[in-house]
Design a protein around this ligand. Sequence first.
Ligand code: PMP
Length: 411
Amino acid sequence: MRLASVASSPVRDLLALIDRPEVISFAGGLPAPELFDVDGWRAAFDTVLSGPQARRHLQYAPTEGDPRLRGQVAARMTARGLPSQAGDVLVTTGSQQALTLVAAALLEPGATVVVEEPTYLAALQCFAMAGARIVTVASDEQGVDPDALEQVFRRERPDLVYLVPTFANPTGRTLPAARRARVAGLAEQYGVWTVEDDPYGELRYRGDVLAPVAAYADRVVHLGSLSKIGAPGLRLGWMRTPAALRAALVIAKQAADLHTSTIDQAAAAQYLSVADLDGHVAGLRVAYRERRDTMLQLLPRVLPAGSSWTDPDGGMFVWVRLPGDVDTAELLAEALRHDVAFVPGAPFFAGRPDRATLRLSFSTSTPEQITEGMRRLGAAVLAAGNRTREGRRATVEFGRLAASHPRQHLI
Ligand code: PMP
């Protein structure tokens, strides 16, 4: 059975531990709810349910998606340096579904998928569900190393490459333009389908906008989403489908759920035609930039000497590595005692995990909460150092905590 090989998400298990209101959480990869444009979305839903088309918006609809929304998505991609037509766009139920559809359309059991190390946990789960063999490729501060990728292509002859080239989850790293061009060139040269997962690309806090990898080659399936710039509860995403894959992906979508919610797509199309999404995203950038800056300013004061961390140009995450042979799962138990949380890095590795790593998300805490949360994290790091001398108590308590809480959402 496929499920047998798929572990439950350790991140999801962890989220169950941080629900207490007193915990300041840097764990969840969620957008800030106070920044949702509730009024704008209410107006959009009102309009589509009040007009003459209301009944049509409650009816079954074409698999490819709402034509108006597909055109608007294509125009946004074009404006961001990826020339696109409405016909290139397949609307999906979040970009997470796009990953499932790509896996369904392209992967036979035993197929080889190449991923960066570390990478997005739920993508790993999705490829594992499809029965794929995961191979990792070396990355550095600038994302995937094209030379290493070429070696993997030669050695493994993979079926698919999965990359998060812009403000990656979990590292926050971004692939520079020259590497994008090379990665795209390699995909063409070796005939390997490449998935460019891009839910964070519009959340840039400094530096110039980079053209997506898909702008350099036809071998790239580009995924986008309203989750981080609109609201994730809408579950609206899309993929820009290369012509050669379009029919297979549409069939996979049809088999999965016929189509994404008609009414939600209609509301999104309405929202995109009357609301100022670019203005809203500009506001998100200001708020998240301040949160990122607050966290990055405080990290040198709370982490032990010898720690290192990423300095992301955008997105939601800072990736930290602690010195020595620390296990951040044990540190999390101590952190929870200090009412602060993060995600240990190990689950994001497909190969041998680096247990001294952890992911911090700055998106859902105000600068004041980040300041207090960083103070607590510093205290937890100090206390964990002392406790290590007392033995392995932390691991035991972490296990007990995990067992006593129900599971909740997945990041
Ligand atoms: N890809 C990556 C890299 C993500 O971080 C996420 C969300 N955490 C997703 C895909 C899924 O996003 P969506 O809400 O669009 O399904």
